[in-house]
Write a protein that binds this ligand. Structure first.
Ligand code: B12
Ligand code: SF4
Length: 492
């Protein structure tokens, strides 16, 4: 059996980092970990190939080779998923689909032969069993949440690793919190289910064995969901694993209560973490209460962010506007919040209601749903009737983005951050690739870019005040170029 693993294209968004990746000659940020994990669960004798449309085109001969095509996608890839499925159909191939997009809306894809939904650890064995007997059903779904101890290591060797900026690895699924808009708990539950430390170390060894020397993203929904397992087992093992190696920078996602635990932050930094994405959402307490973001309520969120930065972790932040309790002043308050916190990579999205979430259920009950979400919460659209007038929301959102990504405030935020940031134990190493990125940045941002004065001022300031962070200052300047491009902002 020849199985083609097919990953549709992401739109050009904040998350694609497309305009930043050009500086380091990479095609995509991360490989499709779900498909690589599923590949490892397929019968060993089957031949497997991966086509990630984000890094290379799907050719007719790829389809001609395949007996079965396995497609994975999240909502943001919906359009590209439709296109590639239509091509498979036209080529007469049997299509098997799974992953978050299909788990939520499989009935929208009449051209798919088999849906293997939810977590493949549960649904795939039954599908394979039925397929072998020639009687596979159309839909395989299950509400049970598997133990990850049996999850095999992803087959990274199927991917052309050099085309990606980072590798991804998963330690846990699920999150103890219950934010109303979030899809994680409806898909993966509240109890964080973890792999064993031995599994994680074996996966890192495998990446190392394949020659990977770059950063690794722990794609956990909330890395600190099980603090005891981290402190007692995983982080000490990661510290030992890094020992004697040049250092693999790690990054992840966590909730803000990370700021309360000095020991956890210290161990994470010692283990190689230098970046963490935190859902901050909003400075408006009533909106935090509305979306049940309990862990963010009643805190000084700016002080929390600075504590994490001082520990040696760069904080990337998720912010949302469009809550029912957002006052008209929310846009200015978000701007102030983001500028003060020194969160350079601030992903500000308009609230969207993803099917399966409590938010979706509530808006449905209230008769406020307007249709599908695009799955891209930074494209300026929403799929429900907001309390604020839609025009005020759209204009306020646009103004917010224009402000925080325009060069003045953006470069000012980099300085605010670098003033606070404690150099991590393992930082981005300087190599040929980063030197080339530096040369390109000098040309693209420092000569051709309208932001050139801000760029050179930042570099001079960094050399003088925070010389150890020069490479980081350049990286963040490059990200700014990407954000301005996707927001279609000028370089002024
Ligand atoms: C890494 C990640 C990303 C990366 C993706 C990079 C990449 N190349 O894959 C990036 C940063 C680009 C990203 C972006 C976004 N993401 Co994202 N992301 C994740 C995250 C944290 C991990 C994904 C992962 O690798 N998981 C590990 C693998 C092993 O799990 P998996 O893919 O689910 O696969 C399992 C099953 O689904 C199944 N399976 C998967 N595919 C297939 C295929 C077949 C054929 C079969 C049989 C089975 C199967 O088997 C696997 C093993 O059980 C997930 C959360 C999560 N826990 O999954 C969110 C998640 C997928 N993202 C989500 C969202 C909402 C987004 C954003 C919209 C964020 C935002 N707020 O703007 C953007 C959208 C993209 C854009 N605008 O361009 C949602 C998905 C919503 C949805 N239903 O589509 C998730 C679930 C998180 C959440 N908040 O709810 N994301
Ligand atoms: S803390 Fe993050 S992952 Fe957990 S429920 Fe809230 S938004 Fe989802």
């Amino acid at each position: 059996m020849n199985v083609l693993l097919l990953y549709p294209e992401f739109p050009d968004t904040f998350w694609s980092f497309k305009h930043a990746l050009k500086f380091i000659h990479k095609h995509a940020s991360l490989p499709p970990l779900g498909l690589l994990t599923v590949a490892a669960m397929l019968p060993q004798p089957w031949a497997k190939r991966l086509v990630d449309v984000n890094v290379r085109t799907l050719r007719p001969k790829d389809l001609a080779w395949a007996d079965l095509v396995f497609v994975s996608a999240m909502i943001a890839q919906r359009e590209s998923a439709r296109e590639v499925i239509a091509r498979c159909r036209a080529a007469g191939k049997t299509v098997v689909a799974g992953g978050p997009l299909f788990t939520l809306e499989h009935e929208q894809f009449p051209d798919v032969d088999h849906f293997v939904l939810n977590e493949a650890e549960v649904t795939l064995p039954e599908f394979l069993h039925d397929l072998e007997r020639g009687g596979a059903r159309r839909v395989y779904a299950s509400a049970s949440l598997p133990d990850l101890h049996q999850t095999p290591a992803p087959l990274w060797e199927l991917a052309d690793l050099q085309r990606y900026a980072s590798m991804s690895l998963q330690f846990s699924r699920g999150c103890p919190f219950d934010c109303e808009f979030c899809n994680v708990t409806s898909l993966f539950g509240h109890r964080p289910r973890t792999k064993t430390t031995a599994q994680v170390i074996a996966e890192l060894d495998r990446l190392w064995g394949l020659g990977w020397r770059g950063a690794v993203f722990f794609v956990d929904d909330n890395f600190i969901g099980n603090k005891r397992a981290l402190k007692e087992e995983l982080l000490p093992a990661l510290i030992r694993w890094q020992h004697g190696k040049p250092g693999t920078p790690l990054f992840t996602e966590a909730s803000i209560n990370l700021a309360d635990d000095e020991e956890l932050m210290r161990l994470m930094v010692a283990a190689g973490f230098n970046q963490v994405f935190v859902g901050l959402e909003t400075p408006e307490e009533a909106s935090l209460a509305e979306c049940n973001k309990r862990q963010n309520q009643g805190r000084d969120l700016v002080a929390d962010v600075k504590r994490i930065q001082r520990a040696g972790l760069e904080v990337q932040g998720g912010f949302i506007v469009g809550f029912d309790h957002d006052p008209p002043t929310i846009f200015d308050r978000q701007i102030e919040f983001i500028q003060q916190s020194g969160i350079v990579t601030a992903m500000v999205g308009l609230l969207q209601a993803i099917p399966g979430t409590k938010l979706h259920q509530r808006l449905n009950r209230q008769g406020r749903l307007l249709g599908h979400t695009t799955g891209d919460n930074v494209d300026g659209t929403t799929n429900f009737i907001p309390r604020m007038s839609p025009e005020a929301l759209r204009q306020g959102y646009r103004r917010l983005l224009e402000h925080i990504y325009s060069p003045g405030p953006y470069y000012e935020r980099i300085r605010t951050f670098l003033r606070e940031y404690q150099a991590p134990r393992i930082s981005r190493s300087l190599n040929g690739q980063s030197l080339m990125a530096f040369v390109r940045a000098n040309l693209r941002l420092g000569v051709l870019g309208r932001e050139r004065c801000h760029y050179w001022r930042l570099l001079l300031w960094t050399c003088w005040r925070r010389p150890a962070h020069l490479s980081l200052a350049v990286t963040l300047s490059i990200y700014g170029h990407h954000f301005r491009k996707v927001c279609r902002l000028s370089g002024h």
